[in-house]
Design a protein around this ligand. Structure first.
Ligand code: PLP
Length: 471
């Protein structure tokens, strides 16, 4: 037996102390993910309902629920049981064979699309969100024979190479070479900070007119005016921008956009990875705007964060076996049986719940409480929300200049687990997004109670007061 190297850490105990774990992490885990955005990343041991718990048992109210992947509450017993049941029946199966849960889940999703949008289509599964986005890009290319697409400034579609090419942040592409087929990024109707300096009440949708202008002459570079052929095959949208800061567009924008796209046979691809499955109070966020997508991408909450399943739905003409034949795309874990079993249970849970009325009601209560707080603190420059997708944009005292430092301080104070609202030591889990990284994107559990919303408001105010003392 070879001698143990000197200074080798002991890694054989059943559990390890936090400081020992953090030492190992800093040495052996890649720092390429988002953990080290933070100086002192927290280490959690348990989760339940709306709460995470650290090693000392401190309770953290989570108002971001894994970026909306755990919509139905942590450790949801019904969904966990679906997973456990599947573990005892068909826990593994190569994706080239069929199983009941996959077929029924695809049918439920496609039938939902039929009743909502009156469109027939099919579903193709994958694992992560970005992978499903990749599949959708393949479908766009296969259908059109072209590879250029439009996407929004502030849009986020994932970090694989293809998904990065349609995500507006250069930061995500910077170190990875030239992205020849990077999307053309169009300003999103972000009315709190209108990219054209207009006011929502009087702009007459100026941003839409600017997009339409691209098609006015062939010299603006997107369309052949003699044939009406457009160089761009699709427009990737998030109906409510997720990572971009839960930005809600005005009514009328998407209807106007779709009209322009239809004129030039440009597909509308709706990325519902973050906002789908009732986050906004409707099954799909795009439903708020009375527009039918040609393709839709989903992920995250379909399995409540258990074995992941993502996927695409596309209109029959785009995905029929004649055009998207066997082997067009594949991934080993794409329709894994554990994930499809949970996904099917999520669909049944949705069918037996009253989310369409409960979520808007809870969202309105939460938004009203935030707006009251905003009156006290002008630093909360913008408060808005649709269903349980809520935003607080942190600003300087003028209520408009972005204040990233204050945002970061509040986030850090929440995660330090040293707040005391509600009478005991607590933490608050918030997620930061937005163009200026100054927006809290709130995505609480669908089962959050009014009492917990009140607690969230108290914890947020306590963190805000503590943070203001630093400046
Ligand atoms: C709208 C949207 N699209 C795509 C993705 C990428 O999904 P994933 O992180 O599962 O690859 C995300 C993730 O946050 C998202 O919010």
């Amino acid at each position: 037996m070879s001698a143990k190297p000197k200074n080798s850490p002991v890694t054989t105990e059943e559990t390890m102390a936090d400081d020992e774990l953090l030492k190992l992490e800093s040495k052996y885990c890649s720092w390429g993910d988002t953990v080290h955005y933070m100086e002192n990343p927290p280490l959690f041991k348990r989760c339940n309902g709306s709460y995470l718990y650290d090693g000392e048992g401190t309770e953290y109210l989570d108002l971001q629920m894994w970026y909306s992947a755990a919509n139905f509450g942590y450790a949801n017993p019904r969904l966990n049981n679906a997973l456990k049941k599947q573990i005892d029946s068909l826990p593994q199966l190569a994706c080239q064979y069929l199983h009941e849960e996959k077929i029924r889940l695809a049918a439920k999703l496609a039938q939902r699309m039929e009743t909502t949008f009156e469109e027939k289509g099919r579903v193709h599964f994958n694992v992560g969100g970005a992978q499903a986005v990749e599949d959708s890009l393949k479908l766009v290319r296969m259908h059109s024979g072209r590879s250029l697409v439009f996407a929004f400034e502030g849009g986020y579609h994932g970090r694989t190479l293809g998904a990065s090419s349609i995500t507006s942040s250069f930061r995500y592409r910077e170190k990875f070479g030239h992205f020849g087929e990077r999307a053309s990024f169009i300003p999103f109707p972000y009315c709190f900070r209108c990219p054209y300096g207009k006011k929502k009440d009087s702009c007459s949708m100026y941003c839409l007119k600017q997009f339409e202008r691209l098609f006015e002459t062939e010299y603006y570079g997107v369309v052949n005016k003699k044939t009406n052929v457009c160089e761009f095959a699709a427009f990737y949208v998030e109906a409510i921008q997720g990572t971009g800061g839960y930005v809600i567009p005005p009514q009328g924008y998407f209807q106007g956009l779709k009209k322009i796209l239809d004129r030039y046979n440009i597909l509308l691809v709706d990325d519902e990875i973050q906002m789908g499955f009732f986050r906004t109070g409707k099954f799909w966020a795009l439903e708020h705007f009375d527009v039918t997508p040609d393709m839709l991408v989903f992920g995250k909450a379909l399995t409540n964060g258990l074995n992941p399943i993502s996927g695409i739905w596309a209109k029959e003409a785009l995905i029929s076996p004649k055009v998207f034949g066997p082997g067009s795309t594949h991934s080993t874990f794409s329709s894994n049986s554990l994930g499809t079993a949970v996904g099917l249970e999520v669909m049944k849970l949705i069918e037996s719940s009253r989310f369409a009325t409960e979520i808007p009601k809870k969202g309105e209560y939460f938004k009203a409480r935030l707006k009251t707080l905003q009156k006290k603190y002008p630093y909360m420059g913008d408060v808005d929300g649709l269903g349980l997708a809520l935003r607080i944009e942190m600003c300087q005292k003028d209520g408009s200049t972005p204040n990233k430092a204050l945002t970061d301080a509040i986030e850090e104070i929440g995660l330090s687990g040293k707040l005391s609202a509600g009478g005991k030591k607590r933490g608050l889990v918030l997620d930061v997004g937005g163009y200026y990284k100054n927006a809290f994107t709130l995505a609480p559990s669908f089962y959050i109670t009014e009492k917990e919303i009140d607690l969230g408001i108290d914890l947020f105010e306590e963190a805000l007061i503590k943070a203001l003392k630093r400046f």
